[in-house]
Ligand binder design. Structure first.
Ligand code: S3P
Length: 430
């Protein structure tokens, strides 16, 4: 669990300068899990530094793989192949839904039984979404009313055609990982397109993955090869600085080496609609993932509405977009974001309460918010609800508030971005 300290944030004049953000969390989880299944030595530079990916590494180690940091700080994993070792204690996924859901896909196909546990927040989150398809594929899974702890009795799996009801990259990836280890072909038909790092990572490790407009298929029994890769900077972490810069007319921000995968970069279109001028240079491809440099200069924009497929693509950026919405010219409306209620905290209510504490006008609906622009907010005591993205989103909003803001239980930023407050201070001008 995160450290329970408070951080106080003073108002700023603007954000100026350049930085690199930590390696992408979604990609790091997937690379570590697939490295376990690829016999031989995989090596990842810029592996995500937060507690979430450390949970995945600890699980991979407990499943029999040697996991180390080399002299350059890169993560090195000695993969075992499709069959892992039975752990001798429950696998602790900490706060990480990605670890629990995606690893379940691999564990469902193992010739042993194991238990997956998590912290208080993770133990509240819905797991039926992975229990259902993995059970259909042949595993037996016991849970606490469709929540953790999960007891997974692995089996010889068979491929399925699966159409999840929720748009979830974690579910898609979990089923594809199980599909890799199953007999026959597995197809997932998504209700809305979600991030495709699972597919790209499988290909990077040598598997063939077929895609149509809204389906992804994998044939079981493919053998992976190890991978050496540099993990691109996490655009969901960059989002906090980009959003902060966008609300000060004099800002000028450059972020280097950021993930630009189109299933993750919709934030840039939203910030452009909100008025920022964004340029992207030095774009390269690395194992199927686009990486480049983003430069942002703020400006006055229009009202923005995020709904439907766009909501699914922006799911992790919605808290910070909502936190800056009062300072934008046109305000923001978010719809179809009911999934926010089952993230690390109920992010829908957490954002509403914190905005209200700062004196903002905000209308919370069943599945989103309506937040008028052109508002003035004041400093307040903010509750992180032990949710890293809530703490960081409101650190950003605090920069434009009048007076000082106290973010309570701010240590949870270490889930995805341990050096967040230090990096923010480096860019802020007062
Ligand atoms: C993730 C997918 C999203 C996202 C999470 C990471 C992933 O969750 O919120 O932070 O790496 O696949 P869902 O798939 O549950 O929407």
């Amino acid at each position: 669990m995160s450290e329970k300290h408070s951080v106080s944030i003073k108002p700023a004049r603007n954000l100026l300068g350049s930085l690199r953000v930590p390696g992408d969390k979604s990609i790091s989880h997937r690379y570590a899990m697939l490295a376990a299944l690829a016999p031989g030595r995989s090596r990842f530079d810029n592996f995500a530094p937060g507690a979430d990916c450390a949970s995945t590494l600890a699980c991979v180690r407990a499943l029999g793989c040697n996991v180390e940091r080399d002299e350059k700080g890169a993560v090195v994993i000695e993969g075992l192949g499709p069959q892992l070792h039975a752990p001798n204690a429950p696998l602790d996924c900490g706060n990480s839904g990605s670890t629990m859901r995606m690893l379940s896909g691999i564990l469902a196909a193992q010739p042993f039984t194991c238990e997956l546990i998590g912290d208080e927040s993770l133990s509240r989150r819905p797991m039926k979404r992975v229990i259902e398809p993995l059970t259909q594929m042949g595993a037996e899974i016991h849970s606490n009313g469709d929540r953790a702890p999960l007891r997974i009795i692995g089996a010889k799996l068979h491929g399925i055609d699966y159409s999840p009801l929720v748009a979830s990259a974690q579910v898609k990836t979990s089923v594809l990982f199980a599909g890799l280890l199953a007999e026959g072909k597995t197809t997932v038909a998504e209700p809305a397109r979600t991030r495709d790092h699972g597919e790209l990572a499988l290909r990077a490790f040598g598997a063939e993955v077929e895609r149509t407009k809204n389906t992804v298929s994998i044939a079981g029994g493919q053998v992976l090869h190890p991978l050496e890769a540099f993990v691109p900077g996490d655009i969901s972490s960059a989002a906090f600085f980009l959003c902060a810069a966008s609300i000060f007319p004099e800002s000028n921000l450059v972020i280097d080496g950021v993930l630009l995968n189109p299933t993750r970069s919709a934030l840039l279109d939203v910030l452009a609609a909100m008025g920022s001028r964004i340029s992207i240079v030095r774009v390269e491809e690395s194992h199927g993932e686009l990486v480049g440099t983003i430069a942002l200069v703020p400006g006055q924009g229009r009202h923005v509405r995020i709904e439907g497929a766009l909501t699914a693509l922006l799911i992790d950026e919605l808290p910070v977009l909502a936190a800056i919405a009062p300072f934008t010219a046109g305000g923001l409306e978010v719809r179809d974001a009911g999934e926010l209620r089952v993230k690390e905290s109920d992010r829908l209510s957490a954002v509403t309460r914190n905005l209200q504490a700062m004196g903002a006008q905000v209308k919370q609906t069943d599945d989103g918010w309506r937040i008028p622009g052109g508002q003035h907010l004041h400093g307040a005591e903010i509750e992180s609800y032990d949710d890293h993205r809530i703490a960081m989103a409101f650190a950003v909003a605090s920069l434009r508030a009048e007076g000082e803001t106290l973010i309570r239980n701010a240590g949870c930023v270490a889930i995805s971005y341990p050096a967040f407050f230090e990096d923010l201070e480096k860019l802020v001008e007062r």
